[in-house]
Design a protein around this ligand. Structure first.
Ligand SMILES: Nc1ncnc2c1ncn2[C@@H]1O[C@H](COP(=O)(O)OP(=O)(O)OP(=O)(O)O)[C@@H](O)[C@H]1O
Ligand SMILES: [Mg+2]
Length: 283
């Protein structure tokens, strides 16, 4: 099949034009980057695992009424999603102190926060995705109060739901990053939906018993094999066989091929996409 037009080549994913208007194909690459692209590696298996995990978690979230961009899995590395206008804010929710929070405020890693903490970062690689407050967001017109409120409310639901889901399989959801996008219906009503990906690339997951880090920090800080961590998560979620999908350090393509369509049973059943209505934006 001929490749459709490439729309964006990112650090972890490539976007291609989708088969219908308003859709895009997300291709999950094996590239791993950290520290704003300073560290880079290609890790066989990463794209397939993130594609599977993201499709699964987005489907689960859709099932509790969080509107997402996910439409269906296409194959082991690709999924069809709704094309959105990305809101240039990365929303980070933290349950336990880690990463930049520790660096910035001197909090000890592993400190359980008195309640989940919501942070917003302006999505701009050249500026290193700086931390911003509500007022920056409104004054710079990155999002309006309705949008930010909607994003934040969704993030709380995502946090409660995924914290429970991961706790049930022996993993602690320490923190995660979300991206949201705008879509409009024929009447011009605006909807905010969850976009990008929900994978171990953008959340921290620690083993509840041992504290072992299973997420991208393995790569960032050389803590161990990245794919091993991601496979562990995928196995616990029941997405890949116990024996894993790797063979001699590379992905077992044959086996991985069979994983592509699993989630679509759920996606096909999904008749109603629960999207909350917002006031039309004044233009
Ligand atoms: N449904 C969607 N419609 C349009 N764009 C999307 C959608 N979901 C994600 N994106 C955007 O596509 C890109 C995905 O690529 P990737 O995550 O590899 O980018 P990146 O190199 O990390 O760059 P960025 O810093 O912009 O995230 C991101 O810019 C993301 O915001
Ligand atoms: Mg990204």
């Amino acid at each position: 099949m001929a490749r459709s037009k490439m729309l964006y080549d990112g650090k972890a994913k490539t976007l291609f034009e989708g088969p219908e208007p308003g859709t895009v194909i997300q291709y999950f690459k094996d590239d791993a980057t950290a520290f704003n692209g300073e560290k880079h590696d290609v890790i066989s298996g990463k794209g397939v695992l993130n594609n599977r995990i993201s499709a699964h978690l987005m489907t689960k979230l859709e099932g509790i009424g969080v509107p997402t961009h996910f439409i269906r899995s296409i194959n082991m590395r690709e999924q069809l999603v709704r094309k959105v206008e990305i809101i240039p804010i990365e929303l980070v929710m933290r349950n336990v102190a880690a990463g930049s929070l520790c660096k910035r405020l001197g909090v000890k890693e592993g400190t359980v926060l008195s309640r989940p903490l919501v942070e917003y970062y302006y999505k701009d690689d050249a500026l290193g995705d700086p931390l911003v407050g509500h007022d920056h967001i409104y004054v710079m017109n990155w999002a309006d109060p309705y949008e930010l409120e909607e994003m934040t409310a969704m993030a709380w639901r995502v946090n409660d739901y995924l914290s429970g889901l991961f706790a049930g399989i022996g993993l602690r959801l320490v923190d995660f990053k979300l991206e949201f996008g705008r879509i409009w219906d024929e009447e011009g009503n605006l909807y905010i939906i969850l976009a990008d990906e929900m994978s171990p690339d953008n959340c921290r997951l620690w083993d509840a018993k041992t504290g072992e880090k299973m997420d991208k920090d393995r790569f960032r800080f050389g803590l161990g094999d990245l794919v091993e961590g991601y496979q562990y998560i995928a196995k616990k979620l029941g997405l890949i066989p116990e024996s894993g999908i790797m063979h001699d350090g590379s992905i077992d393509e044959k086996l991985a091929e069979t994983l592509g369509n699993i989630e679509n049973d759920v996606a096909t059943d999904r008749k109603l996409r629960s999207i909350s209505k917002l006031k039309p934006r004044k233009v």
